[in-house]
Design a protein around this ligand. Structure first.
Ligand SMILES: C[S@@+](CC[C@H](N)C(=O)[O-])C[C@H]1O[C@@H](n2cnc3c(N)ncnc32)[C@H](O)[C@@H]1O
Length: 358
């Protein structure tokens, strides 16, 4: 369960544009294990990833052969405070100390086309990556002309060559980041805040089954000083196939008008818990946003959300939509949320997704 403080960390990050939270290898492995059969013969691009610091790069370099990748591309972002400073994510691997000729202040790109177990220890590891780079065998490591912004012409050119983009992009640019991937029709697996599902364009993509949730939540990230910061409600977004999208939610509750009241400003039932969706109701139902973690498009259709469907309520004194807030004060609101009748007033309901059985 997300804590209040861990959630507010994320909001603070988005607000002050602090995008420097790095993903731990264990979280990448936990999610990526579900997609292994989808990477064979593919070009993977990590476009917000300093190849010398990112665990995404580390994961794909070390699993290059096991996944059967065709190519791995990583580009770093020059303004990153850790660019070229060795965060230490590579542990004690001294072979990856900055080398002669390594670009010092530039953003850089690293392209791996070929890996082999150079030190002959039976496993391809990061030492081998370093060796391969030194030998410069069919691999490329060069400074970028610009800053490595994912929207820059250089990065966009690399994006065009990619089949699958995998990374944890800057929190503050999430919307723009996803829109670019969709525009270039790329497959992707990326980390983002669950709240992004309420952004109009991201919600629309989920509604149209263009993107969906991955499997896991990511609870902790590494900060530039090496400390760990906890987050609530951060997970994976993807358009790669996930098995759980094909699994139906098991429904067991029966509909009753008493247990499932209708909203005063939209013709749908309030279902306050996803597990309480009634098995025998065919009309529209409002469910919490966490429904998206369980959504099977063969079982349900997404009709819309409370922010685009809720209408105004006219009271007898002519006011539009008054509700009682958490402290019991009467408030007047824009019609962006559903409201349930509550005596002679209304109770405002948290964001809802409206669904209907298929
Ligand atoms: C949340 S961090 C994650 C870093 C890395 N992908 C990982 O998972 O450990 C996002 C990274 O994107 C970089 N970044 C910020 N703005 C960027 C941009 N416009 N283009 C590319 N990268 C950017 C940041 O410097 C930061 O290193």
């Amino acid at each position: 369960m997300a804590t209040k403080s861990s959630n507010s960390n994320f909001h603070r990050a988005a607000k002050v544009k602090n995008d420097e939270f790095y993903t731990q290898l264990a979280d990448i492995e936990k999610e990526l294990k579900h997609y292994k059969d989808q990477f064979g013969g593919k070009v993977v691009y990590c476009n917000c990833d300093d190849p010398f610091e990112s665990n995404f790069f580390k994961y794909f370099a070390a699993n290059f052969k096991a996944l059967g990748l065709k190519r791995l591309i990583a580009t770093s972002y020059k303004p990153s405070p850790i660019a070229n400073t060795q965060l230490g994510l590579f542990g004690d691997d001294k072979t990856l100390e900055p080398q002669k000729g390594r670009p010092k202040v530039n953003a850089n790109k690293l392209i791996i086309n070929d890996v082999g177990d150079l030190d002959d220890d039976g496993a391809f590891d990061l030492k081998d990556v370093a060796e391969q780079l030194k030998a410069n065998k069919n691999n490329e490591w060069a400074p970028l002309d610009g800053e490595g912004d994912f929207r820059s012409p250089e990065s966009t050119e690399l994006l065009k060559q990619a089949d699958i983009v995998v990374t944890n992009p800057p929190f503050s640019l999430f919307r723009e980041y996803v829109n670019q991937l969709v525009e270039y029709k790329k497959r992707f697996l990326i980390i983002g805040n669950d709240n992004a599902r309420t952004y109009v364009d991201i919600f629309e993509l989920m509604q149209k089954n263009k993107i969906w949730s991955g499997y896991e939540k990511v609870k902790e990230f590494i900060q530039p000083d090496g400390s760990i910061k906890g987050f609530g409600n951060v997970g994976w977004y993807t358009n790669l196939d996930v098995a759980k999208r094909h699994e139906s939610l098991t429904l067991y509750k029966k509909y009753s008008p008493k247990e499932y009241p209708k909203y005063a400003n939209y013709d749908a039932l309030e279902v306050s818990k996803v597990t309480d969706i009634p098995v025998d109701y065919d009309g529209e139902m409002g469910v919490p946003i966490s429904f998206l973690d369980k959504y099977n498009p063969d079982q349900f259709e997404i009709v819309g959300s409370s922010s685009n469907l809720s209408g105004p309520i006219k009271t007898k004194d002519g006011l539009v939509y008054r509700y009682k807030d958490r402290n019991g004060y009467m408030r007047q609101a824009a019609n962006e949320r559903f409201a349930l009748p509550d005596g002679d007033t209304w109770r405002r309901i948290y964001d809802r997704i409206v669904i209907r059985k298929k």
